[in-house]
Design a protein around this ligand. Structure first.
Ligand code: ADP
Length: 159
């Protein structure tokens, strides 16, 4: 049986920190679905379509990766797509409390879907989508921190 995992998140935009987690998840799972979560109450810089497009472009050479978006719960999506796990990343202790609660909530909804955590690599430990946008706006070279598709999209968006 194929081991399928769902990697949910805002990905506003996707960074090399996310890409690193994705690659490591592919060592363990046969397939990973990157799931862009549509949160009605969350204001994002990029639209859903822009985020999905950037991720598709960044992962186009990765045959075992697919990209999708959902308005619903990640666990419901996972169950519907025969996935057995959700993948999340942990940077600092500050991520822990949020992720711990989220995992507990997911477990309440569906205890069959395991949440698997990957520790951020030290070079990406500081890297958040919000930090990235601030650095870009201030003229810092962010090209080592994101897939090329994100640079193009940021240029287009922030003229
Ligand atoms: P969310 O809004 O759901 O937290 P994000 O797109 O910010 O979505 O992140 C998705 C997941 O990836 C989260 O579990 C987050 O902790 C993790 N993540 C984000 N940035 C990094 C990074 N630089 N290194 C490792 N994991 C990360």
């Amino acid at each position: 049986m194929k081991r399928i995992a769902v990697y949910p998140g805002s990905f506003d935009p996707i960074t090399n920190g996310h890409m690193d987690i994705l690659k490591r998840a592919l060592d363990i799972f046969d397939e990973v679905i990157i799931l862009v979560a549509i949160a009605a109450d969350k204001k994002t810089f990029f639209t859903i379509d822009e985020r999905v497009e950037m991720i598709r472009e960044a992962t186009k050479s990765m045959p075992h990766v697919s990209v999708d978006a959902t308005k619903g719960l990640s666990v419901h999506y996972a169950k519907k797509h025969q996935a057995t796990a959700l993948v999340r990343g942990l940077r600092a202790v500050s991520d822990f409390e949020y992720e711990f609660k989220l995992a507990a909530g997911n477990n309440y909804v569906d205890p069959d879907i395991e949440v698997v955590f990957f520790m951020a690599k030290s070079q990406y430990n500081f890297l958040a989508s919000s930090t990235l946008k601030e650095l870009y706006i201030e003229g810092v070279d962010i090209s080592p921190l994101v897939p090329a598709s994100v640079i193009g999209a940021l240029k287009k968006k922030h003229k």
